[in-house]
Design a protein around this ligand. Structure first.
Ligand code: CTP
Ligand code: MG
Length: 242
């Protein structure tokens, strides 16, 4: 089958409140390299990704161009766009610059350990199912709490996945889904529905099933300080083995 055009929308417009550092977490150095540059380099070297749209915080566009895009030779970056208040605003700003044909890989820059094999698994599946996301079966038992903090339900662990990025969609589908979201976001917020990933937008507004594809247990999101130690341990381990 002919290769379709693939765009990566890389999100780097968050403020990293849970990390608590002055520098936003995606710009922190991990083994001497800014976290955002790990995934940019994977997309740059990928046979699947044709173009990268980088979404950054307001006023950080030039800083990102100079220190990440130019310094690390990420020539596939066609545009650096300004993000918004919530993650979904940032995604929307990226999608507005995306071609309507082909596929979009939406990725959190806070996940440095995406790899080409994962991209390839996602690409194979999205061509069949139109919408898929990386994730892994959980290792811990998960409980749903009630509002008082008591365990209310225990879902069957074999059916529970932790969801990662990339989240990959037909471009036309995800653009339409986000157009609907932007029209209905106030209603959803009033109903207490908080949009935390892109699959949710497709599930909620397009009524289309989203396929879960194996990511990896290394594909962590750097969120709190101890995640940096885990990430360093992975780097150490794999560099020694290579
Ligand atoms: N993100 C974004 N725009 C936002 C919020 C988040 O582009 N308005 C990006 C982040 O930069 C990150 C990814 O979305 O790469 C996942 O979000 P998260 O881990 O929640 O990062 P932050 O929102 O920065 O962190 P926190 O929630 O702790 O403030
Ligand atoms: Mg956040």
């Amino acid at each position: 089958m002919e290769k379709s055009y693939c765009t990566a929308v890389v999100l780097a417009a968050g403020r990293g409140n849970r990390m608590g550092t002055e520098v936003h977490k995606q710009y922190l150095l991990l083994a001497g390299k800014p976290i955002v540059c790990y995934s940019l380099q994977v997309f740059q070297e990928s046979d699947i990704i044709d173009e990268i749209i980088l979404v950054t915080g307001e006023g950080e566009e030039d800083y990102c161009r100079k220190n990440f895009v130019e310094k690390y030779g990420i020539t596939k970056v066609s545009r650096i766009v300004t993000g918004g208040k919530e993650r979904f605003h940032s995604v929307w700003n990226g999608l507005r610059e995306t071609r309507e044909d082909g596929y979009v890989f939406i990725h959190d820059s806070a996940r440095p350990f995406v790899d080409e094999e994962m991209l390839s698994r996602l690409y194979e599946i999205v061509r069949l199912d139109k919408a898929c996301v990386a994730g892994m079966p959980v290792k811990d038992t998960i409980k749903i709490a009630d509002k008082e903090g008591y365990a209310a339900r225990t879902p069957d662990r074999s059916l529970v996945w932790q969801i990662q990025t990339p989240q990959v969609f037909e471009s036309a589908l995800i653009i339409e889904a986000y157009e609907k979201l932007m029209q209905e976001k106030d209603r959803l917020a009033a109903e207490g529905i908080r949009i935390t990933d892109d699959a949710m937008v497709v599930e909620t507004l397009m009524n289309l099933p989203v396929r879960l594809v194996q990511g990896s247990y290394e594909n962590i999101k750097i969120t709190t300080p101890e995640d940096l130690l885990t990430a360093e341990a992975f780097l150490c381990h794999y560099n020694i083995l290579e």
